[in-house]
Design a protein around this ligand. Sequence first.
Ligand SMILES: *[C@@H]1O[C@H](CO)[C@@H](O)[C@H](O)[C@H]1NC(C)=O
Ligand SMILES: CC(=O)N[C@H]1CO[C@H](CO)[C@@H](O)[C@@H]1O
Length: 167
Amino acid sequence: MAITLLVLLVIMVSKVDASDIGDLQRKVTALKSQIDLLSRRVFFRATFKDFKTSCEFGKVVIFDTAQTNIGNAYSSTTGVFTAPYRGDYVIVWRSFSLGAGDINWDLYINDQMALRARSLTSGDSSNESVMPVTLQAGDRVYVASPNSLNFWGLNHSIFAGWLVTAF
Ligand SMILES: *[C@@H]1O[C@H](CO)[C@@H](O)[C@H](O)[C@H]1NC(C)=O
Ligand SMILES: CC(=O)N[C@H]1CO[C@H](CO)[C@@H](O)[C@@H]1O
């Protein structure tokens, strides 16, 4: 039985010529790189350790507490998300004013203002901003505040983002 199978196998293998094998190898390589792209996970969400906190005029808003940081691409010490891969991403940020305030946290990509936001509030209130964006590996994304502000931090204000598709 085993010998019959072996003989069959030898006959089959001898019928597969080099170009078929080359073709299969190319397909396997292409599939491997597709699987590699599809298995890339990047997902972060950061807030603040304190309930009441503040940010400074013209500075990066440093969301100092990462609650989720799959792929480790967000730094809670600098407030900067660095895209680990080329791909399409969604970036989201949410501000929650402490009383009246003029929270206009803007989104920066590589030190260029990419989306301006403004919410002049008369009492505690939250505003969300969303920016879908294609990033190259190494692109730096952060939120900066043109004003000095006091605001609600922990689980009130967040900065988040995720990779939709790497390509
Ligand atoms: C803040 O939100 C996180 C995640 O949803 C939760 O685990 C945590 O308990 C919350 N913290 C407080 C103080 O509510
Ligand atoms: C989109 C959104 O929620 N905008 C709000 C931002 O905050 C101001 C001030 O409270 C609200 O008036 C907006 O509706």
